[in-house]
Ligand binder design. Structure first.
Ligand SMILES: *[C@@H]1O[C@H](CO)[C@@H](O)[C@H](O)[C@H]1NC(C)=O
Ligand SMILES: *[C@@H]1O[C@H](CO)[C@@H](O)[C@H](O)[C@H]1NC(C)=O
Ligand SMILES: *[C@@H]1O[C@H](CO)[C@@H](O)[C@H](O)[C@H]1NC(C)=O
Ligand SMILES: *[C@@H]1O[C@H](CO)[C@@H](O)[C@H](O)[C@H]1NC(C)=O
Ligand SMILES: *[C@@H]1O[C@H](CO)[C@@H](O)[C@H](O)[C@H]1NC(C)=O
Ligand SMILES: *[C@@H]1O[C@H](CO)[C@@H](O)[C@H](O)[C@H]1NC(C)=O
Ligand SMILES: *[C@@H]1O[C@H](CO)[C@@H](O)[C@H](O)[C@H]1NC(C)=O
Length: 428
């Protein structure tokens, strides 16, 4: 029995695809022909694929694995994900022209060709034929060159994933033509140049991931126009300048990452408008000044990573109100003040990295605390901890990483800790 395709769920609001076997109609001969042609082309590259065994002359192509027809008997959806095993370097590369037969199936609404190690340029002419596409996933191949202009003319697209390829060159203004796009993932390619301003016209975008490219320039205040965004991931690029205050307009944001760029200036105070925020990662930039005290008013945050910046001032006291916080990473900044004991009252906290190079956060050696949290990872290097290892650390039963380097510890390592299966301990 054919498995229910995920993308049917995605598309179900738009039209009804048949996702059940034994349909009451039969597929169109030319589409069946194209699919059999595809199978025979692929046969030279894959030893066997049980799913393709069902693709034969005698059966209805609407009943085949990975093929889903519409009610009118045309092929609407094709899922060819992970059909070709990962190619070793010695194997014959599988060029993108194996896809050629597909481009005769002009009724395709959803196509998944992800994880097939396809090599070469994206066949622009071919994709230009698939004007009905709403969903196109080609992540994790080895497509190179630029994105052909024909892709940008597939104006019905809602979902486009080209992550994990070798695509390069600049992103052009054509990108603005995919008006109704809700998901755009171009992560881990080699795109360079500026983010085209036309991107900010894509007001339906809910998920944007351009991370791990070589994009440069500033993040335009126009980003504030993308008011449907829930995921904005721009990490590991060369973006610089100030983080625009307009970020605060993106009130649906749940995940926001600018990690590993060249942003400077302050963390915009407008982030307190992002009430739905769950994960904030601004680490590895050059942000300065104090962490906005109001950050603690974000009710649903589970992860905050502001490490490796030049932030100053104390850990904001409002953070004690972040009752869902699991990860807090503030190491390698220029923070100062006493390490407040309320941090250890946050029940959900599992990963705490404070201290480190630059920070001057001081542990009060007189403090006797009974933590409510159960930390798995703790780094408090350079926190002026002196004497014995603080007793409360032994109470952290699931600890597997502990860094207390650059303190003034004396005495022996507590037996309770020694008995634990700590994977990494750093003391010096
Ligand atoms: C395609 O099939 C693969 C493997 O069965 C599955 O993981 C993936 O979610 C499917 N894609 C869609 C969009 O349904
Ligand atoms: C063709 O595939 C169908 C399933 O789609 C199968 O029941 C049938 O036995 C196959 N026929 C041949 C000749 O392999
Ligand atoms: C586009 O589809 C038509 C009709 O099926 C076909 O003749 C043509 O070869 C296709 N173009 C490409 C580039 O595959
Ligand atoms: C985009 O969405 C709007 C509103 O749902 C719709 O009217 C329009 O036809 C869509 N455009 C395209 C190119 O699909
Ligand atoms: C916080 O998360 C809860 C549970 O997921 C959800 O019900 C609530 O609406 C969220 N709050 C905001 C402000 O989004
Ligand atoms: C925590 O939240 C409560 C209720 O909103 C508020 O009264 C209190 O001042 C907050 N605490 C801090 C330290 O911000
Ligand atoms: C560091 O700890 C020592 C010993 O507890 C204390 O005398 C000293 O004042 C501390 N330094 C700071 C900056 O608090």
């Amino acid at each position: 029995m054919a498995s229910t395709p995920l993308l049917t769920l995605f598309l179900s609001v738009l039209f009804t695809l048949n996702s059940f076997p034994a349909p009451s109609f039969s597929c169109q001969p030319h589409q069946k022909q194209a699919l059999l042609h595809l199978k025979s082309t692929l046969a030279a590259f894959i030893n066997s694929s049980p799913d393709l065994d069902s693709w034969n002359m005698t059966s209805d192509c609407c009943s085949w694995q990975r093929v889903y027809c519409t009610e009118t008997g045309t092929v609407g959806e094709l899922n060819l994900s992970s059909l070709v095993p990962p190619r070793g370097i010695n194997l014959v590369p599988l060029y993108s022209d194996v896809l050629t037969p597909l481009f005769h199936i002009r009724s395709l609404v959803a196509l998944d060709i992800s994880s097939n190690s396809l090599v070469g340029e994206i066949p622009g002419d071919g994709f230009g034929n698939l004007t009905k596409l709403v969903y196109l996933d080609m992540h994790e191949n080895r497509f190179s060159g630029s994105i052909p202009s024909q892709i940008w003319r597939l104006v019905n697209l809602l979902y486009l994933d080209m992550s994990f390829n070798l695509l390069e060159e600049k992103l052009g203004p054509e990108l603005g033509s995919l008006r109704n796009l809700t998901t755009l993932w171009l992560k881990r390619n080699r795109f360079h140049g500026l983010i085209p301003p036309q991107l900010f016209e894509l007001g339906s975008l809910q998920s944007l991931d351009l991370s791990d490219n070589q994009l440069e320039g500033v993040l335009s205040p126009e980003v504030g126009k993308l008011q449907n965004l829930e995921y904005l991931i721009l990490k590991a690029n060369f973006l610089f300048g100030k983080i625009p205050e307009e970020i605060g307009n993106l009130i649906k944001l749940r995940e926001f990452s600018l990690q590993n760029n060249k942003f400077f200036g302050r963390i915009p105070s407008s982030i307190v408008n992002l009430k739905k925020l769950e994960a904030l990662d601004l680490s590895e930039n050059s942000l300065s000044m104090q962490i906005p005290n109001s950050i603690g008013t974000l009710p649903n945050v589970t992860a905050v990573d502001l490490s490796d910046n030049t932030l100053t001032g104390p850990i904001p006291s409002s953070m004690q109100n972040m009752s869902k916080l699991i990860i807090l990473r503030l190491h390698n900044n220029m923070l100062d003040g006493e390490i407040t004991t309320w941090l250890f009252k946050i029940i959900t906290l599992m990963e705490l990295f404070i201290g480190g190079k630059g920070n001057n956060l001081i542990w009060n050696n007189e403090a006797k605390i009974v933590p409510n949290c159960n930390l798995m990872l703790l780094s408090m290097s350079s926190c002026n901890i002196s004497g014995q290892i603080p007793e409360w650390i032994s109470s952290q039963k699931d600890m597997r990483f502990l860094d207390l380097s650059n303190n003034k510890l004396v005495g022996r390592f507590p037996d309770v800790l020694a008995d634990r299966k700590l994977e990494i301990i750093i003391m010096s």
